[in-house]
Ligand binder design. Sequence first.
Ligand SMILES: Nc1ncnc2c1ncn2[C@@H]1O[C@H](COP(=O)(O)OP(=O)(O)O)[C@@H](O)[C@H]1O
Ligand SMILES: [Mg+2]
Length: 487
Amino acid sequence: MPDLGSCIPFPIDEETLNEVISKAKDWAIMHGAAMRSKADFSEDSVQFAPFILLPTLFPRREFEKAVRLQPILNELMHWVAHDTEFLRETLANTIKVDEFTRNLFNIYEKILADESAQSLSLGLLRSDLMLESRCTDNDHKRPYCCWKQVEINTIASGFGHLGPISREIQSFVLSELNYADKVKNLPLNGALAGLCEGMVEAWNLQAISNAAILFVVEGVTYNICDQRFHEFYIREKHPHIKVIRKTLTEIHQQASLGPNNELKVNDTVISVVYFRAGYEPGHYPSQNEWDARYLIEKSVAIKCPSIGYHLAGTKKVQQALAKPGILKRFLTDDIKIKAITDIFTGLYSMDSNTDEGQNALRMVLTDPAKYVLKPQREGGGNNVYGHDIPDVLRKMSEVERSAWILMERIFPPISKGYMIRPSGPSPPPLVDLVSELGIFGAVIGDKKAIVYNAHCGHMLRTKLEKSNEGGVAAGSGALDSPYLYDD
Ligand SMILES: Nc1ncnc2c1ncn2[C@@H]1O[C@H](COP(=O)(O)OP(=O)(O)O)[C@@H](O)[C@H]1O
Ligand SMILES: [Mg+2]
Protein backbone atom coordinates (compact mmCIF):
# COMPACT_ATOMS: atom_id res chain seq x y z
CA MET A 1 0.00 0.00 0.00
CA PRO A 2 1.42 3.44 -0.82
CA ASP A 3 2.39 5.67 2.08
CA LEU A 4 1.14 9.27 2.11
CA GLY A 5 3.98 10.55 4.32
CA SER A 6 3.49 13.07 7.16
CA CYS A 7 3.05 16.83 7.49
CA ILE A 8 6.09 17.26 9.80
CA PRO A 9 9.12 14.98 10.31
CA PHE A 10 8.38 11.87 12.42
CA PRO A 11 9.16 10.51 14.96
CA ILE A 12 8.78 13.31 17.49
CA ASP A 13 11.15 12.94 20.46
CA GLU A 14 9.57 11.55 23.60
CA GLU A 15 9.79 14.61 25.80
CA THR A 16 8.29 16.96 23.22
CA LEU A 17 5.63 14.40 22.42
CA ASN A 18 4.51 13.89 26.01
CA GLU A 19 4.38 17.60 26.63
CA VAL A 20 2.36 18.49 23.56
CA ILE A 21 -0.04 15.56 24.06
CA SER A 22 -0.75 16.61 27.62
CA LYS A 23 -1.61 20.13 26.41
CA ALA A 24 -3.61 18.87 23.44
CA LYS A 25 -5.75 16.56 25.60
CA ASP A 26 -6.65 19.46 27.89
CA TRP A 27 -7.29 21.68 24.87
CA ALA A 28 -9.63 19.02 23.48
CA ILE A 29 -11.62 18.62 26.71
CA MET A 30 -11.88 22.36 27.23
CA HIS A 31 -13.15 22.99 23.69
CA GLY A 32 -15.69 20.19 23.60
CA ALA A 33 -13.73 17.73 21.46
CA ALA A 34 -15.15 15.19 23.85
CA MET A 35 -17.65 12.42 24.47
CA ARG A 36 -19.24 10.71 27.43
CA SER A 37 -17.34 7.62 28.45
CA LYS A 38 -19.00 4.28 27.69
CA ALA A 39 -16.87 2.38 30.20
CA ASP A 40 -17.29 4.90 32.99
CA PHE A 41 -20.54 6.65 32.17
CA SER A 42 -21.71 9.74 33.98
CA GLU A 43 -24.01 12.46 32.71
CA ASP A 44 -21.83 14.90 34.57
CA SER A 45 -18.53 14.34 32.79
CA VAL A 46 -16.94 13.99 29.38
CA GLN A 47 -13.62 12.57 28.17
CA PHE A 48 -11.65 13.87 25.23
CA ALA A 49 -12.55 12.04 22.02
CA PRO A 50 -9.70 9.98 20.54
CA PHE A 51 -7.77 12.12 18.07
CA ILE A 52 -4.79 11.93 15.72
CA LEU A 53 -2.12 14.31 16.94
CA LEU A 54 -1.30 15.81 13.55
CA PRO A 55 -3.39 16.13 10.40
CA THR A 56 -3.26 13.51 7.64
CA LEU A 57 -1.93 14.28 4.19
CA PHE A 58 -4.40 14.42 1.31
CA PRO A 59 -3.80 15.47 -2.28
CA ARG A 60 -5.46 18.89 -2.62
CA ARG A 61 -6.89 18.02 -6.02
CA GLU A 62 -8.72 14.98 -4.67
CA PHE A 63 -10.04 16.84 -1.64
CA GLU A 64 -11.42 19.62 -3.82
CA LYS A 65 -12.96 17.09 -6.15
CA ALA A 66 -14.84 15.49 -3.23
CA VAL A 67 -16.11 18.91 -2.14
CA ARG A 68 -17.30 19.77 -5.65
CA LEU A 69 -19.18 16.52 -5.88
CA GLN A 70 -21.35 17.12 -2.83
CA PRO A 71 -24.05 19.35 -4.35
CA ILE A 72 -24.45 16.75 -7.10
CA LEU A 73 -24.83 13.98 -4.52
CA ASN A 74 -27.36 16.16 -2.68
CA GLU A 75 -29.32 16.47 -5.88
CA LEU A 76 -29.15 12.74 -6.56
CA MET A 77 -30.26 11.75 -3.07
CA HIS A 78 -33.07 14.27 -3.15
CA TRP A 79 -34.55 12.75 -6.29
CA VAL A 80 -34.00 9.20 -5.05
CA ALA A 81 -35.83 10.05 -1.81
CA HIS A 82 -38.77 11.31 -3.88
CA ASP A 83 -38.96 8.43 -6.37
CA THR A 84 -41.60 6.14 -4.92
CA GLU A 85 -41.46 3.58 -7.71
CA PHE A 86 -37.70 3.26 -7.41
CA LEU A 87 -37.79 2.84 -3.63
CA ARG A 88 -40.60 0.28 -3.90
CA GLU A 89 -38.83 -1.78 -6.53
CA THR A 90 -35.42 -1.58 -4.92
CA LEU A 91 -36.55 -2.47 -1.42
CA ALA A 92 -39.19 -5.06 -2.40
CA ASN A 93 -37.08 -8.09 -1.47
CA THR A 94 -35.39 -6.38 1.47
CA ILE A 95 -38.63 -5.58 3.26
CA LYS A 96 -39.75 -9.19 2.99
CA VAL A 97 -36.95 -10.23 5.32
CA ASP A 98 -35.72 -7.14 7.13
CA GLU A 99 -38.24 -6.14 9.76
CA PHE A 100 -36.65 -2.78 10.50
CA THR A 101 -36.68 -1.61 6.89
CA ARG A 102 -40.21 -3.00 6.56
CA ASN A 103 -41.41 -0.92 9.51
CA LEU A 104 -39.94 2.20 7.94
CA PHE A 105 -41.45 1.29 4.61
CA ASN A 106 -44.92 0.76 6.09
CA ILE A 107 -44.83 4.29 7.50
CA TYR A 108 -43.62 5.54 4.13
CA GLU A 109 -46.57 3.92 2.31
CA LYS A 110 -49.12 5.18 4.83
CA ILE A 111 -47.82 8.74 4.51
CA LEU A 112 -47.86 8.64 0.72
CA ALA A 113 -51.61 8.26 0.83
CA ASP A 114 -51.87 11.29 3.12
CA GLU A 115 -52.39 14.51 1.17
CA SER A 116 -51.93 16.73 4.20
CA ALA A 117 -48.40 15.57 5.11
CA GLN A 118 -45.47 17.98 4.73
CA SER A 119 -44.12 17.88 1.19
CA LEU A 120 -40.81 19.62 1.94
CA SER A 121 -37.96 17.67 3.44
CA LEU A 122 -34.56 18.56 4.80
CA GLY A 123 -31.57 16.38 3.99
CA LEU A 124 -28.43 16.82 6.06
CA LEU A 125 -26.25 14.28 4.33
CA ARG A 126 -22.76 12.99 4.81
CA SER A 127 -21.03 11.25 1.97
CA ASP A 128 -18.28 8.99 3.31
CA LEU A 129 -15.33 8.38 1.03
CA MET A 130 -12.04 6.57 1.13
CA LEU A 131 -9.13 6.99 -1.22
CA GLU A 132 -8.66 3.76 -3.12
CA SER A 133 -4.98 3.26 -3.78
CA ARG A 134 -5.35 0.78 -6.65
CA CYS A 135 -7.37 2.71 -9.23
CA THR A 136 -6.39 2.11 -12.82
CA ASP A 137 -7.43 3.53 -16.19
CA ASN A 138 -6.04 4.16 -19.64
CA ASP A 139 -4.65 7.62 -18.76
CA HIS A 140 -2.40 6.38 -15.95
CA LYS A 141 0.55 4.04 -16.36
CA ARG A 142 0.57 3.03 -12.68
CA PRO A 143 -2.23 2.48 -10.13
CA TYR A 144 -3.27 5.80 -8.58
CA CYS A 145 -5.48 7.06 -5.73
CA CYS A 146 -9.09 7.97 -6.45
CA TRP A 147 -12.18 8.43 -4.27
CA LYS A 148 -14.54 5.58 -3.64
CA GLN A 149 -17.78 5.99 -1.75
CA VAL A 150 -18.15 3.94 1.43
CA GLU A 151 -21.74 5.01 1.98
CA ILE A 152 -23.97 8.03 2.10
CA ASN A 153 -25.73 8.86 5.35
CA THR A 154 -29.16 10.47 5.25
CA ILE A 155 -29.97 10.18 8.96
CA ALA A 156 -28.04 11.38 12.04
CA SER A 157 -25.00 12.44 10.00
CA GLY A 158 -22.78 13.27 12.94
CA PHE A 159 -19.51 15.14 13.51
CA GLY A 160 -20.65 18.57 12.36
CA HIS A 161 -18.93 19.88 15.48
CA LEU A 162 -16.22 17.24 15.96
CA GLY A 163 -15.08 17.68 12.34
CA PRO A 164 -14.24 21.38 12.58
CA ILE A 165 -12.90 21.11 16.14
CA SER A 166 -10.40 18.46 15.00
CA ARG A 167 -8.88 21.08 12.73
CA GLU A 168 -8.53 23.38 15.72
CA ILE A 169 -6.84 20.78 17.94
CA GLN A 170 -4.34 19.97 15.21
CA SER A 171 -3.74 23.65 14.42
CA PHE A 172 -2.98 24.14 18.10
CA VAL A 173 -0.56 21.19 18.09
CA LEU A 174 1.19 22.41 14.92
CA SER A 175 1.63 25.84 16.48
CA GLU A 176 2.92 24.38 19.75
CA LEU A 177 5.49 22.43 17.75
CA ASN A 178 6.57 25.64 15.95
CA TYR A 179 4.88 24.82 12.66
CA ALA A 180 2.23 27.57 12.73
CA ASP A 181 3.08 28.33 9.09
CA LYS A 182 1.62 24.94 8.13
CA VAL A 183 -1.85 25.61 9.54
CA LYS A 184 -2.86 27.22 6.24
CA ASN A 185 -2.84 23.76 4.66
CA LEU A 186 -5.75 22.63 6.81
CA PRO A 187 -8.86 23.61 4.84
CA LEU A 188 -11.44 25.70 6.70
CA ASN A 189 -14.36 23.67 7.88
CA GLY A 190 -17.80 25.23 8.18
CA ALA A 191 -19.64 21.98 8.90
CA LEU A 192 -21.37 23.04 12.11
CA ALA A 193 -22.61 26.33 10.69
CA GLY A 194 -23.60 24.71 7.39
CA LEU A 195 -25.68 21.95 8.96
CA CYS A 196 -27.32 24.25 11.50
CA GLU A 197 -28.10 26.86 8.85
CA GLY A 198 -29.80 24.07 6.90
CA MET A 199 -32.10 23.50 9.88
CA VAL A 200 -32.65 27.24 10.26
CA GLU A 201 -33.49 27.53 6.57
CA ALA A 202 -36.16 24.85 7.05
CA TRP A 203 -37.41 26.69 10.15
CA ASN A 204 -37.62 29.94 8.12
CA LEU A 205 -39.59 28.22 5.36
CA GLN A 206 -42.14 27.18 7.96
CA ALA A 207 -42.24 30.72 9.40
CA ILE A 208 -43.95 29.85 12.68
CA SER A 209 -42.54 32.39 15.08
CA ASN A 210 -42.85 30.46 18.34
CA ALA A 211 -41.97 27.02 16.94
CA ALA A 212 -38.99 24.98 18.19
CA ILE A 213 -36.65 22.52 16.51
CA LEU A 214 -36.97 19.03 17.97
CA PHE A 215 -33.84 16.86 18.21
CA VAL A 216 -34.80 13.19 18.43
CA VAL A 217 -32.14 11.57 20.61
CA GLU A 218 -31.22 8.30 22.31
CA GLY A 219 -31.93 7.71 26.00
CA VAL A 220 -28.20 7.93 26.65
CA THR A 221 -26.11 10.12 24.38
CA TYR A 222 -22.38 9.40 24.32
CA ASN A 223 -21.64 11.78 21.45
CA ILE A 224 -23.10 14.64 23.48
CA CYS A 225 -20.72 17.45 22.52
CA ASP A 226 -21.34 16.98 18.83
CA GLN A 227 -25.10 17.21 19.35
CA ARG A 228 -25.07 20.00 21.91
CA PHE A 229 -22.83 22.23 19.80
CA HIS A 230 -25.49 22.07 17.06
CA GLU A 231 -28.05 23.19 19.60
CA PHE A 232 -25.79 25.90 21.05
CA TYR A 233 -24.94 27.21 17.59
CA ILE A 234 -28.61 27.60 16.67
CA ARG A 235 -29.44 29.26 19.95
CA GLU A 236 -26.47 31.62 19.76
CA LYS A 237 -26.87 32.73 16.14
CA HIS A 238 -30.68 32.58 16.07
CA PRO A 239 -31.77 33.23 19.67
CA HIS A 240 -35.46 33.21 18.75
CA ILE A 241 -35.27 29.50 17.79
CA LYS A 242 -35.53 27.09 20.68
CA VAL A 243 -34.19 23.53 20.50
CA ILE A 244 -35.66 20.71 22.54
CA ARG A 245 -34.36 17.13 22.87
CA LYS A 246 -36.63 14.10 23.26
CA THR A 247 -36.38 10.35 22.83
CA LEU A 248 -38.93 8.53 20.68
CA THR A 249 -40.36 7.09 23.92
CA GLU A 250 -40.85 10.60 25.34
CA ILE A 251 -42.32 11.77 22.05
CA HIS A 252 -44.84 8.97 22.25
CA GLN A 253 -45.85 10.18 25.72
CA GLN A 254 -45.73 13.92 25.16
CA ALA A 255 -46.42 14.66 21.50
CA SER A 256 -49.69 15.22 19.70
CA LEU A 257 -51.02 16.59 16.42
CA GLY A 258 -53.12 19.74 16.23
CA PRO A 259 -56.16 20.20 13.94
CA ASN A 260 -53.91 20.93 10.94
CA ASN A 261 -51.42 18.19 11.79
CA GLU A 262 -49.08 20.59 13.51
CA LEU A 263 -46.68 18.73 15.80
CA LYS A 264 -46.69 19.66 19.47
CA VAL A 265 -44.51 18.34 22.26
CA ASN A 266 -46.45 19.21 25.40
CA ASP A 267 -47.29 22.84 24.56
CA THR A 268 -44.38 23.56 22.26
CA VAL A 269 -45.07 23.70 18.52
CA ILE A 270 -42.38 21.94 16.48
CA SER A 271 -41.70 23.04 12.93
CA VAL A 272 -38.48 21.11 12.23
CA VAL A 273 -37.49 17.63 13.46
CA TYR A 274 -33.84 16.58 13.40
CA PHE A 275 -33.20 12.87 14.01
CA ARG A 276 -30.02 11.97 15.88
CA ALA A 277 -31.63 8.64 16.75
CA GLY A 278 -34.12 6.34 15.06
CA TYR A 279 -31.66 4.69 12.66
CA GLU A 280 -31.39 1.31 14.41
CA PRO A 281 -33.83 -1.24 15.82
CA GLY A 282 -32.64 -0.62 19.40
CA HIS A 283 -34.09 2.89 19.19
CA TYR A 284 -37.56 1.33 18.89
CA PRO A 285 -37.92 -0.91 21.97
CA SER A 286 -41.70 -1.19 21.49
CA GLN A 287 -44.51 -0.26 19.13
CA ASN A 288 -44.74 3.07 20.99
CA GLU A 289 -41.56 4.36 19.35
CA TRP A 290 -42.80 3.32 15.92
CA ASP A 291 -46.07 5.13 16.66
CA ALA A 292 -44.02 8.20 17.61
CA ARG A 293 -42.10 8.00 14.33
CA TYR A 294 -45.39 7.76 12.46
CA LEU A 295 -46.85 10.72 14.35
CA ILE A 296 -43.83 12.85 13.45
CA GLU A 297 -44.01 11.76 9.83
CA LYS A 298 -47.72 12.55 9.61
CA SER A 299 -47.18 16.04 11.00
CA VAL A 300 -46.51 19.15 8.94
CA ALA A 301 -43.11 19.61 10.59
CA ILE A 302 -40.18 19.41 8.16
CA LYS A 303 -38.28 16.23 8.92
CA CYS A 304 -34.56 15.64 8.69
CA PRO A 305 -34.79 13.06 7.36
CA SER A 306 -38.25 12.33 6.01
CA ILE A 307 -38.94 8.59 5.78
CA GLY A 308 -38.23 8.77 2.03
CA TYR A 309 -34.79 10.21 2.73
CA HIS A 310 -34.17 7.61 5.42
CA LEU A 311 -34.97 4.83 2.95
CA ALA A 312 -32.84 6.48 0.25
CA GLY A 313 -29.87 6.13 2.60
CA THR A 314 -30.16 2.34 2.95
CA LYS A 315 -27.30 0.18 1.73
CA LYS A 316 -29.68 -1.60 -0.65
CA VAL A 317 -30.46 1.69 -2.40
CA GLN A 318 -26.76 2.49 -2.60
CA GLN A 319 -26.20 -0.84 -4.32
CA ALA A 320 -29.09 -0.27 -6.72
CA LEU A 321 -27.76 3.18 -7.67
CA ALA A 322 -24.46 1.64 -8.72
CA LYS A 323 -26.13 -0.51 -11.38
CA PRO A 324 -25.24 0.61 -14.90
CA GLY A 325 -27.57 3.24 -16.34
CA ILE A 326 -29.61 3.86 -13.18
CA LEU A 327 -28.32 7.37 -12.46
CA LYS A 328 -29.97 8.60 -15.68
CA ARG A 329 -33.27 8.20 -13.91
CA PHE A 330 -32.30 10.96 -11.48
CA LEU A 331 -29.80 13.23 -13.20
CA THR A 332 -29.80 14.57 -16.73
CA ASP A 333 -26.30 15.99 -17.01
CA ASP A 334 -23.76 13.41 -18.31
CA ILE A 335 -20.86 15.15 -16.57
CA LYS A 336 -22.62 14.82 -13.21
CA ILE A 337 -23.48 11.19 -13.90
CA LYS A 338 -19.88 10.41 -14.79
CA ALA A 339 -18.55 12.18 -11.66
CA ILE A 340 -20.77 10.08 -9.42
CA THR A 341 -20.24 6.83 -11.32
CA ASP A 342 -16.50 7.28 -10.83
CA ILE A 343 -16.78 7.07 -7.03
CA PHE A 344 -18.83 3.86 -7.02
CA THR A 345 -16.95 0.70 -6.25
CA GLY A 346 -18.31 -2.76 -7.05
CA LEU A 347 -21.67 -3.22 -5.30
CA TYR A 348 -23.72 -6.38 -5.72
CA SER A 349 -27.11 -7.64 -4.75
CA MET A 350 -27.19 -10.91 -2.81
CA ASP A 351 -30.68 -11.89 -4.05
CA SER A 352 -30.62 -15.64 -4.50
CA ASN A 353 -33.22 -15.55 -7.27
CA THR A 354 -31.14 -13.45 -9.68
CA ASP A 355 -28.05 -14.25 -11.75
CA GLU A 356 -26.34 -11.21 -10.23
CA GLY A 357 -26.90 -12.56 -6.72
CA GLN A 358 -25.63 -16.01 -7.67
CA ASN A 359 -22.53 -14.51 -9.32
CA ALA A 360 -21.86 -12.33 -6.29
CA LEU A 361 -22.08 -15.38 -4.05
CA ARG A 362 -19.56 -17.24 -6.20
CA MET A 363 -17.19 -14.25 -6.25
CA VAL A 364 -17.15 -13.73 -2.51
CA LEU A 365 -16.72 -17.42 -1.71
CA THR A 366 -13.78 -17.58 -4.14
CA ASP A 367 -11.93 -14.54 -2.80
CA PRO A 368 -13.54 -13.23 0.41
CA ALA A 369 -10.65 -10.88 1.30
CA LYS A 370 -11.75 -8.56 -1.48
CA TYR A 371 -15.22 -7.89 -0.02
CA VAL A 372 -17.37 -6.43 2.74
CA LEU A 373 -20.84 -7.84 3.40
CA LYS A 374 -23.38 -5.30 4.66
CA PRO A 375 -26.87 -5.56 6.15
CA GLN A 376 -29.46 -2.75 6.15
CA ARG A 377 -28.10 -1.09 9.27
CA GLU A 378 -26.41 2.13 10.29
CA GLY A 379 -24.22 3.17 13.15
CA GLY A 380 -21.24 0.86 12.83
CA GLY A 381 -20.45 -2.67 13.96
CA ASN A 382 -22.86 -4.48 11.64
CA ASN A 383 -20.77 -5.35 8.59
CA VAL A 384 -18.84 -8.57 7.95
CA TYR A 385 -15.33 -8.38 6.51
CA GLY A 386 -13.17 -10.62 4.34
CA HIS A 387 -12.57 -14.12 5.65
CA ASP A 388 -15.48 -13.92 8.12
CA ILE A 389 -17.95 -13.66 5.22
CA PRO A 390 -18.18 -17.31 4.04
CA ASP A 391 -19.17 -18.61 7.48
CA VAL A 392 -21.77 -15.92 7.99
CA LEU A 393 -23.23 -16.62 4.55
CA ARG A 394 -23.35 -20.35 5.19
CA LYS A 395 -25.46 -19.82 8.31
CA MET A 396 -27.99 -17.70 6.41
CA SER A 397 -31.03 -18.88 4.46
CA GLU A 398 -31.29 -17.75 0.83
CA VAL A 399 -34.13 -15.45 1.81
CA GLU A 400 -32.13 -13.82 4.60
CA ARG A 401 -29.24 -13.28 2.23
CA SER A 402 -31.28 -10.91 0.07
CA ALA A 403 -31.33 -8.36 2.90
CA TRP A 404 -27.53 -7.99 2.55
CA ILE A 405 -25.37 -6.40 -0.10
CA LEU A 406 -21.84 -7.21 -1.14
CA MET A 407 -19.29 -4.46 -1.63
CA GLU A 408 -15.75 -4.50 -2.90
CA ARG A 409 -13.31 -3.65 -0.18
CA ILE A 410 -11.48 -0.32 -0.56
CA PHE A 411 -7.75 -0.35 0.17
CA PRO A 412 -6.75 3.19 1.16
CA PRO A 413 -3.19 4.53 1.26
CA ILE A 414 -1.47 4.43 4.63
CA SER A 415 -0.21 7.33 6.70
CA LYS A 416 1.81 7.27 9.89
CA GLY A 417 0.67 9.07 13.00
CA TYR A 418 0.09 9.17 16.74
CA MET A 419 -3.36 8.14 17.91
CA ILE A 420 -4.22 9.73 21.26
CA ARG A 421 -6.95 7.99 23.26
CA PRO A 422 -8.16 8.15 26.85
CA SER A 423 -6.01 5.82 28.98
CA GLY A 424 -3.81 5.15 25.96
CA PRO A 425 -0.06 4.42 26.13
CA SER A 426 2.31 7.24 26.95
CA PRO A 427 4.13 8.03 24.79
CA PRO A 428 1.90 6.63 22.04
CA PRO A 429 3.58 4.52 19.34
CA LEU A 430 3.84 5.75 15.76
CA VAL A 431 1.28 3.62 13.93
CA ASP A 432 -0.04 2.89 10.43
CA LEU A 433 -3.35 4.61 9.79
CA VAL A 434 -6.07 4.86 7.16
CA SER A 435 -8.68 7.60 6.84
CA GLU A 436 -12.27 8.09 5.78
CA LEU A 437 -13.44 11.52 4.68
CA GLY A 438 -17.02 12.63 5.22
CA ILE A 439 -18.38 15.56 3.21
CA PHE A 440 -21.53 17.22 4.49
CA GLY A 441 -24.33 18.58 2.39
CA ALA A 442 -27.68 20.23 3.06
CA VAL A 443 -30.64 20.03 0.72
CA ILE A 444 -34.24 21.16 0.99
CA GLY A 445 -37.03 20.59 -1.49
CA ASP A 446 -40.11 18.62 -2.42
CA LYS A 447 -40.91 16.22 -5.19
CA LYS A 448 -41.02 19.01 -7.76
CA ALA A 449 -38.02 21.17 -6.92
CA ILE A 450 -34.91 21.66 -4.86
CA VAL A 451 -35.00 25.03 -3.11
CA TYR A 452 -31.72 24.83 -1.16
CA ASN A 453 -28.55 22.91 -1.98
CA ALA A 454 -25.27 23.51 -0.18
CA HIS A 455 -21.96 21.85 0.54
CA CYS A 456 -21.18 22.36 4.21
CA GLY A 457 -17.81 21.25 5.44
CA HIS A 458 -16.25 17.90 6.20
CA MET A 459 -15.00 15.49 8.84
CA LEU A 460 -12.13 13.05 8.79
CA ARG A 461 -11.99 9.84 10.80
CA THR A 462 -8.82 7.83 10.99
CA LYS A 463 -8.29 4.29 12.27
CA LEU A 464 -5.51 1.76 12.58
CA GLU A 465 -4.77 0.25 9.21
CA LYS A 466 -5.52 -3.20 10.64
CA SER A 467 -9.00 -2.48 12.03
CA ASN A 468 -12.07 -3.01 9.89
CA GLU A 469 -14.21 -0.17 11.21
CA GLY A 470 -13.33 3.22 12.57
CA GLY A 471 -16.20 4.38 14.78
CA VAL A 472 -14.92 7.11 17.10
CA ALA A 473 -17.59 6.57 19.76
CA ALA A 474 -16.99 2.82 19.42
CA GLY A 475 -13.34 3.47 20.26
CA SER A 476 -11.54 2.22 17.15
CA GLY A 477 -11.36 5.46 15.19
CA ALA A 478 -10.06 8.91 15.99
CA LEU A 479 -10.81 12.50 15.03
CA ASP A 480 -8.56 13.85 12.33
CA SER A 481 -8.48 16.48 9.61
CA PRO A 482 -6.96 16.73 6.16
CA TYR A 483 -3.66 18.44 5.47
CA LEU A 484 -3.62 19.35 1.79
CA TYR A 485 -0.60 19.11 -0.44
CA ASP A 486 -0.15 19.78 -4.15
CA ASP A 487 1.08 16.78 -6.10
N1 LIG B 1 -16.00 -1.18 1.00
C1 LIG B 1 -15.31 -0.91 2.10
N2 LIG B 1 -13.96 -0.98 2.10
C2 LIG B 1 -13.24 -0.73 3.22
N3 LIG B 1 -13.79 -0.39 4.40
C3 LIG B 1 -15.13 -0.31 4.47
C4 LIG B 1 -15.96 -0.56 3.32
N4 LIG B 1 -17.23 -0.39 3.69
C5 LIG B 1 -17.22 -0.05 4.99
N5 LIG B 1 -15.96 0.00 5.47
C6 LIG B 1 -15.57 0.37 6.85
O1 LIG B 1 -16.62 0.04 7.73
C7 LIG B 1 -17.17 1.19 8.34
C8 LIG B 1 -18.67 1.06 8.47
O2 LIG B 1 -19.26 0.84 7.22
P1 LIG B 1 -20.48 1.68 6.69
O3 LIG B 1 -20.87 1.15 5.37
O4 LIG B 1 -20.14 3.12 6.75
O5 LIG B 1 -21.63 1.30 7.73
P2 LIG B 1 -22.31 2.10 8.91
O6 LIG B 1 -23.63 2.48 8.35
O7 LIG B 1 -22.40 1.11 10.00
O8 LIG B 1 -21.47 3.30 9.23
C9 LIG B 1 -16.74 2.35 7.47
O9 LIG B 1 -16.69 3.54 8.20
C10 LIG B 1 -15.37 1.87 6.97
O10 LIG B 1 -14.37 2.11 7.94
MG1 LIG C 1 -20.68 4.65 7.98
